[in-house]
Ligand binder design. Structure first.
Ligand SMILES: *Cc1c(COP(=O)(O)O)cnc(C)c1O
Length: 350
């Protein structure tokens, strides 16, 4: 056979835009111009050495600012620009801030980020500064920062600032494309998806994505959704285990995984429904198990993630031990953010 002399450009172009490739499945009219950096389209990597079986990592650290938050932010900032606000505001454990700062810069919008003082990994704080966000620090944890945003925007009526926390439905619309990509890349629906859970937006969004594909008749089965929290910040695990109808909040959440150090997840009800409907569960893992998983992903697979992301591998291992998942189940672990986000934690491990 003669060597191939040209690329299939139509296909190359089609594959270039992760999130916006699925535009027909996003509720945004054609006349809206996306604010995009070609986010999404992240690698799905099969694990060969850290675990046996059919286990894949969806490496969201490969997004433009290094976390899955970019998938939601491209849609959220697109809408913010379209409706003509002056700027955006977010409370954040760090990655939402980094992403909002970058996309706001690209859109020419102002950006205010509200952060828990001392609770944000160095890389994320640096990104917010780099992209020109105004940083407001509050004493307390993420939940206090979010309350500050609520008070400023909803009660004090700062209508020129558009709030982009994960109660903002547009962000979840962007994040649901993780489900679309998994089906595209695997050409089938895995048995389970394992997701680190903080504010619980991502697990809700991914479930929404799978359900839409199912309802459109594009897939014929649904995966089980397994939500993983750190032991010291596990309000959804407690709520699930005790079958509580209301959220059992944690007043002082603590875990080394700062991205999921959240005691009052805003999307708790959606996440509970996702796990219930999908016949899944919530699992708690210790900081030690998280750090071991960071190390194993890095040293057996070459995949560098921040601590919160490794909760998915730690949760998978626990689910196997507890008999919740079988070794021959096909499973996708969502690796939510990049190792470079949190250099201080890495230097504590080694
Ligand atoms: C935001 C984030 C999470 C948690 O996602 P939620 O949607 O808040 O549940 C997990 N890991 C990383 C790295 C994050 O940035």
């Amino acid at each position: 056979m003669p060597p191939k002399t040209s690329f299939d450009w139509a296909n190359v172009r089609k594959r270039r835009f992760g999130v916006w490739r699925y535009r027909e499945l996003l509720p945004i009219s054609d006349n809206v111009e996306p604010v995009t950096m070609c986010e999404g389209g992240t690698p799905l990597i099969k694990l060969n050495r850290a675990v046996d079986g059919h286990v894949y990592v969806k490496f969201e650290g490969a997004n433009p600012t290094g976390s899955f938050k970019d998938r939601g932010m491209t849609v959220g900032v697109t809408i913010a620009k379209h409706i003509g606000v002056k700027g955006v505001v977010v409370a954040s454990t760090g990655n939402t801030a980094a992403s909002a700062a970058a996309y706001a810069a690209r859109a020419g919008l102002a950006c205010v980020v509200v952060l828990p003082r001392g609770g944000v990994a160095k890389g994320k704080l640096a990104q917010s500064l780099l992209h020109g966000a105004r940083i407001v620090e509050v004493d307390g944890v993420f939940d206090d920062a979010l309350e500050e945003v609520f008070t400023e925007v909803v009660i004090n009526g700062k209508k020129d600032l558009y709030p982009l926390n994960s109660y903002n439905p547009w962000r979840l619309e962007g994040q649901k494309t993780i489900a679309f990509e998994i089906v595209d890349e695997l050409s089938e629906v895995p048995d389970a998806i394992v997701v680190p859970v903080g504010n619980a937006g991502n697990i809700s969004a991914i479930w929404k994505g799978f359900k839409e594909l199912y309802n459109y008749g594009l897939i014929s089965k649904l995966p089980r959704m397994i939500g993983v929290q750190a032991e010291g910040a596990a309000p959804l695990v407690a709520t699930w285990n005790r079958k509580s109808e209301t959220l059992l909040e944690i007043e002082k959440p603590y875990t080394i995984a700062s991205a999921i150090r959240i005691g009052k997840p805003v999307n708790w009800l959606k996440a509970l429904n996702a796990v219930k409907e999908s016949n899944g569960t919530f699992i708690a893992v210790s900081d030690n198990e998280i750090l071991n998983s960071v190390k194993d992903l890095a040293q057996y697979e070459g995949i560098g993630v921040e601590p919160a992301s490794a909760a998915s591998l730690a949760g998978y291992r626990k689910a196997i031990d507890l008999g919740i998942l079988n070794r021959d189940d096909s499973v996708v672990l969502i690796a939510t953010g990049h190792a470079l986000k949190d250099p201080d934690t890495i230097s504590k491990i080694f």
